[in-house]
Design a protein around this ligand. Structure first.
Ligand code: AMP
Length: 172
Protein backbone atom coordinates (compact mmCIF):
# COMPACT_ATOMS: atom_id res chain seq x y z
CA UNK A 1 0.00 0.00 0.00
CA UNK A 2 3.03 2.24 0.53
CA UNK A 3 3.53 2.62 -3.21
CA UNK A 4 -0.05 3.84 -3.64
CA UNK A 5 0.31 6.24 -0.72
CA UNK A 6 3.53 7.65 -2.18
CA UNK A 7 1.62 8.55 -5.38
CA UNK A 8 -0.81 10.82 -3.51
CA UNK A 9 0.38 14.41 -3.26
CA UNK A 10 -0.45 16.55 -0.24
CA UNK A 11 -1.17 20.15 -1.15
CA UNK A 12 -1.31 22.50 1.84
CA UNK A 13 -3.89 25.31 2.00
CA UNK A 14 -5.92 24.21 -1.02
CA UNK A 15 -8.68 25.00 -1.90
CA UNK A 16 -8.64 27.25 1.18
CA UNK A 17 -6.32 27.96 4.12
CA UNK A 18 -6.01 25.09 6.60
CA UNK A 19 -7.10 22.32 4.20
CA UNK A 20 -4.57 19.66 3.11
CA UNK A 21 -5.83 18.63 -0.31
CA UNK A 22 -5.11 14.98 -1.24
CA UNK A 23 -4.26 15.14 -4.92
CA UNK A 24 -4.79 11.79 -6.63
CA UNK A 25 -3.66 12.84 -10.12
CA UNK A 26 -0.08 11.47 -9.74
CA UNK A 27 -1.64 8.09 -8.88
CA UNK A 28 -3.92 8.21 -11.93
CA UNK A 29 -0.94 9.03 -14.15
CA UNK A 30 1.06 6.01 -12.95
CA UNK A 31 -0.07 2.95 -14.95
CA UNK A 32 1.12 0.37 -12.42
CA UNK A 33 0.02 2.34 -9.37
CA UNK A 34 -3.46 2.99 -10.74
CA UNK A 35 -3.90 -0.69 -11.68
CA UNK A 36 -2.76 -1.83 -8.21
CA UNK A 37 -5.09 0.70 -6.62
CA UNK A 38 -8.13 -0.62 -8.52
CA UNK A 39 -7.16 -4.23 -7.70
CA UNK A 40 -6.89 -3.33 -4.00
CA UNK A 41 -10.18 -1.39 -4.01
CA UNK A 42 -11.96 -4.32 -5.67
CA UNK A 43 -10.52 -7.06 -3.46
CA UNK A 44 -12.85 -6.69 -0.41
CA UNK A 45 -15.93 -6.83 -2.68
CA UNK A 46 -15.05 -9.86 -4.79
CA UNK A 47 -17.82 -12.44 -4.42
CA UNK A 48 -20.24 -10.00 -2.76
CA UNK A 49 -22.50 -9.82 -5.79
CA UNK A 50 -22.12 -6.12 -6.58
CA UNK A 51 -24.30 -5.34 -9.62
CA UNK A 52 -23.95 -1.55 -9.77
CA UNK A 53 -21.08 0.70 -8.76
CA UNK A 54 -22.38 4.20 -7.90
CA UNK A 55 -19.61 6.78 -8.33
CA UNK A 56 -19.85 10.24 -6.76
CA UNK A 57 -19.06 13.19 -9.07
CA UNK A 58 -16.40 13.78 -10.00
CA UNK A 59 -13.36 11.87 -8.76
CA UNK A 60 -15.61 9.01 -7.70
CA UNK A 61 -16.34 8.53 -11.42
CA UNK A 62 -12.68 7.73 -12.16
CA UNK A 63 -12.30 5.06 -9.47
CA UNK A 64 -15.89 3.88 -9.71
CA UNK A 65 -15.86 3.22 -13.46
CA UNK A 66 -12.63 1.23 -13.25
CA UNK A 67 -13.95 -0.67 -10.24
CA UNK A 68 -17.20 -1.48 -12.07
CA UNK A 69 -15.19 -3.11 -14.86
CA UNK A 70 -13.14 -5.09 -12.36
CA UNK A 71 -16.25 -6.32 -10.50
CA UNK A 72 -18.19 -7.00 -13.75
CA UNK A 73 -20.83 -4.53 -12.60
CA UNK A 74 -22.58 -1.59 -14.24
CA UNK A 75 -21.71 2.02 -13.41
CA UNK A 76 -24.18 4.63 -12.12
CA UNK A 77 -23.09 8.28 -11.87
CA UNK A 78 -24.34 10.19 -8.80
CA UNK A 79 -24.16 13.73 -10.11
CA UNK A 80 -24.14 17.36 -9.01
CA UNK A 81 -27.23 19.45 -9.92
CA UNK A 82 -27.88 20.52 -13.49
CA UNK A 83 -26.03 17.67 -15.22
CA UNK A 84 -28.65 14.96 -15.71
CA UNK A 85 -31.96 15.26 -17.60
CA UNK A 86 -35.24 14.35 -15.79
CA UNK A 87 -36.78 12.25 -14.35
CA UNK A 88 -34.43 12.44 -11.36
CA UNK A 89 -34.17 11.51 -7.69
CA UNK A 90 -32.35 14.12 -5.56
CA UNK A 91 -30.86 14.26 -2.06
CA UNK A 92 -29.79 17.54 -0.44
CA UNK A 93 -27.00 17.59 2.13
CA UNK A 94 -25.17 20.10 4.30
CA UNK A 95 -21.65 21.33 3.64
CA UNK A 96 -19.51 23.35 6.03
CA UNK A 97 -20.98 26.47 4.41
CA UNK A 98 -24.32 26.01 2.65
CA UNK A 99 -25.68 22.88 1.05
CA UNK A 100 -25.27 20.69 -2.01
CA UNK A 101 -27.32 18.11 -3.89
CA UNK A 102 -26.67 14.69 -5.46
CA UNK A 103 -28.90 13.39 -8.23
CA UNK A 104 -29.40 10.20 -10.22
CA UNK A 105 -31.76 9.10 -12.95
CA UNK A 106 -34.91 7.85 -11.24
CA UNK A 107 -34.55 4.43 -12.91
CA UNK A 108 -30.78 4.20 -12.34
CA UNK A 109 -31.10 1.08 -10.16
CA UNK A 110 -33.43 -1.89 -10.54
CA UNK A 111 -35.44 -2.79 -7.39
CA UNK A 112 -33.07 -4.62 -5.02
CA UNK A 113 -30.05 -4.14 -7.28
CA UNK A 114 -26.89 -4.63 -5.24
CA UNK A 115 -25.05 -1.32 -5.16
CA UNK A 116 -21.59 -0.23 -4.06
CA UNK A 117 -20.87 3.50 -3.52
CA UNK A 118 -17.42 4.83 -4.48
CA UNK A 119 -15.61 8.11 -3.83
CA UNK A 120 -12.00 9.23 -3.59
CA UNK A 121 -11.95 10.83 -0.12
CA UNK A 122 -14.06 10.39 3.03
CA UNK A 123 -13.79 13.62 5.03
CA UNK A 124 -16.74 14.65 7.26
CA UNK A 125 -18.93 11.93 5.72
CA UNK A 126 -21.76 14.17 4.48
CA UNK A 127 -21.26 13.28 0.83
CA UNK A 128 -21.18 9.53 1.44
CA UNK A 129 -24.24 9.77 3.68
CA UNK A 130 -26.14 11.61 0.92
CA UNK A 131 -25.08 8.94 -1.60
CA UNK A 132 -26.39 6.26 0.77
CA UNK A 133 -29.78 8.02 1.01
CA UNK A 134 -29.88 8.32 -2.77
CA UNK A 135 -29.20 4.59 -3.31
CA UNK A 136 -31.94 3.77 -0.79
CA UNK A 137 -34.42 6.13 -2.49
CA UNK A 138 -33.57 4.54 -5.85
CA UNK A 139 -34.62 1.17 -4.41
CA UNK A 140 -31.15 -0.40 -4.49
CA UNK A 141 -29.77 -2.78 -1.90
CA UNK A 142 -26.68 -1.18 -0.40
CA UNK A 143 -23.73 -3.59 -0.26
CA UNK A 144 -21.32 -0.95 1.06
CA UNK A 145 -19.03 1.93 0.24
CA UNK A 146 -15.43 2.13 -0.87
CA UNK A 147 -13.10 5.11 -0.62
CA UNK A 148 -9.48 5.44 -1.54
CA UNK A 149 -8.66 7.76 1.38
CA UNK A 150 -10.24 8.18 4.81
CA UNK A 151 -9.34 11.35 6.73
CA UNK A 152 -9.79 9.64 10.08
CA UNK A 153 -9.51 12.76 12.26
CA UNK A 154 -12.64 14.23 10.65
CA UNK A 155 -14.80 11.39 11.97
CA UNK A 156 -16.77 10.75 8.78
CA UNK A 157 -17.03 7.05 9.52
CA UNK A 158 -19.35 7.78 12.46
CA UNK A 159 -21.94 9.17 10.03
CA UNK A 160 -22.03 5.91 8.10
CA UNK A 161 -25.20 4.27 9.50
CA UNK A 162 -26.45 0.72 9.19
CA UNK A 163 -24.89 -2.66 8.56
CA UNK A 164 -23.37 -1.99 5.12
CA UNK A 165 -19.58 -2.09 5.20
CA UNK A 166 -17.40 0.99 4.63
CA UNK A 167 -13.94 0.16 3.30
CA UNK A 168 -11.07 2.64 3.06
CA UNK A 169 -7.85 1.67 1.30
CA UNK A 170 -5.71 4.33 3.03
CA UNK A 171 -6.20 6.16 6.30
CA UNK A 172 -4.60 9.55 7.02
P1 AMP B 1 -17.18 15.03 3.01
O1 AMP B 1 -18.60 15.15 2.55
O2 AMP B 1 -16.81 16.08 4.02
O3 AMP B 1 -16.85 13.62 3.50
O4 AMP B 1 -16.24 15.34 1.77
C1 AMP B 1 -15.99 14.38 0.82
C2 AMP B 1 -15.88 14.98 -0.55
O5 AMP B 1 -15.06 16.15 -0.55
C3 AMP B 1 -15.24 13.98 -1.49
O6 AMP B 1 -16.02 13.95 -2.68
C4 AMP B 1 -13.84 14.51 -1.74
O7 AMP B 1 -13.55 14.46 -3.12
C5 AMP B 1 -13.83 15.93 -1.22
N1 AMP B 1 -12.75 16.20 -0.24
C6 AMP B 1 -12.94 16.51 1.06
N2 AMP B 1 -11.78 16.75 1.69
C7 AMP B 1 -10.81 16.55 0.77
C8 AMP B 1 -9.36 16.63 0.81
N3 AMP B 1 -8.70 16.95 1.92
N4 AMP B 1 -8.70 16.34 -0.33
C9 AMP B 1 -9.35 16.01 -1.45
N5 AMP B 1 -10.70 15.94 -1.54
C10 AMP B 1 -11.43 16.20 -0.46
Amino acid sequence: MQSIRSLIRDVADFPKPGIVFRDITPLLADAGGFARCIDALAEPWQGSGVQAVCGIESRGFIFGAALAQKLHAGFVPLRKPGKLPPPLVSVDYQLEYGSDRLQARSDALRPGERALIVDDVLATGGTLDAARSLVERLGGELVGASVLIELADLGGRARWQGPARLHALLSY
